[in-house]
Design a protein around this ligand. Sequence first.
Ligand code: SF4
Length: 227
Amino acid sequence: MRLFSIYQILFDRYGQQHWWPGDNAFEIMVGAVLTQNTAWANVERAIDGLRRKQLLNAEGMAACSPEQLAQVIRPSGYFNIKAKRLQSLCHWLIGQGGVAALARYDDASLRQLLLSVHGIGPETADDILLYACQRPVFVIDAYTRRLFSRLALFQGDEAYDDMRLAVQEALSKNTVSSAERVPLFNEYHALIVRHAKIACRKKSPRCDQCCLRVLCPSASVLSSNVV
Ligand code: SF4
């Protein structure tokens, strides 16, 4: 229940975030890989490069040499690793029959399949499931751990799936169907990222201006530690 109240406060404060940026499901999948360990501005530059080279499609990227692909996505950082990961994802996707063909899998099966692809960990898989495939899966990232631990909802170091399932279960009480959960999970994760960047920052959180201050047991402690 408290999780939903927090969502409502964040939504009232920031409004709709319109996530995930991307023209189609494939572009969102590519962005989910490219955003690993880098800022979104760098991902946009890499995606622009792929678009300019007409490589923003699974067939083109899979057929490209790893070296050429790495150079195109260079702005995203870790470009050699990410080129291999993108090519693994593209080969897998082609083998599956494309993005639309993934609709034949239930949520749990598709998650397992994505996790079997080289370089796709739980957070990337869940980004793809939620934002590209419209599946009701909550994304847990460092921002989520920071905010929910400061709010004393979690310790913050729980195993990924323990935290994901606990959040999903708590929020399912406020939704009756998968169709309702997808937009809720979509918006909630985007709002967490927004709030963690603007207010609940890793260093020097702005507790004095925070919309969640009255609910947050960390507010006074962190405010008094700001230098
Ligand atoms: S009061 Fe401070 S620690 Fe709590 S959520 Fe807000 S910014 Fe984060």
